[in-house]
Design a protein around this ligand. Sequence first.
Ligand SMILES: O=C(O)CCC(=O)C(=O)O
Ligand SMILES: [Fe+2]
Length: 284
Amino acid sequence: MQVQKVDDITPKEFHNEFYMTGTPVVFKNASKVWKANGTFTPDWFRQNYGERTVEVKGKKYTMREVMDMVENSTEKDPAPYPIIYNIPETLPELTPMLQPLNLNYACPNWLESKWFKKGNWGGVTELFIGGPGGRFPYVHLDYYHLSAWINQLYGEKRFTVYPRGQEEFLYPKADDPWRSDINIFEPDYEKFPKYKNATPIHFTVGAGETLFIPFGTWHSAYSLTPTISVAFDQLNRKNYPEFMKDVWMFKKREGTLRAIKQYSYAWFAGQTCKLGDALGAKRS
Ligand SMILES: O=C(O)CCC(=O)C(=O)O
Ligand SMILES: [Fe+2]
């Protein structure tokens, strides 16, 4: 299997060929509808948001320091990865440059409705910054079975995805079954012998390209150059049943009463969004 790169497909074609079948795909220029496309560069961030701070592994950095770090990053001595800015909270000025957030493909997206924005279940739009040698720390499934949209706006990242159904080769952690401890760069086959059967698919996503990772797809990323990307998540009736299971499982950690409350809320929000879909709600 390979990950296809597509250009100018219609939303309907995307829906039928990739969304419904849960197939990862790279759009060559879906993010051209965003002002951010072509604008986001290290210098642009230095000039406009140079003093905006972010915490990485317990240490605070300014945007200027972040950009210096990733531009000086090497495979031997990589900058920390990922460096993540929560856009609505720390860089809200970027939001108008990311419209329509759904790129006219990630529709419907219940995370854009006011019902789910109030919830506490991931789904925040994030700015990812990295440099050469930066590895996402583990192979994983995204929490809450959300589908992910990763928009590469500057530089190149190498992604690895696994066809669905290879769970047993990836050894999900007992206490955190969304993650694996396998180092995919140097797998320890003695510890993880079944990993030999896994068939990772590697591919590069370059500036202007967008990667769609359907829920339930194990994946990881590796920064090849200084990179800037914007990631957002998608929820709708397709991943909603799995989402609800995760809501229960995660909220249960905070106590049964809280789980019941949150689950009920998410159930109600889901019914409202289903109705909204049927009535053709515009959410962006
Ligand atoms: O580094 C990346 O772009 C991958 C990010 C990712 O998979 C995640 O945040 O869940
Ligand atoms: Fe992920």
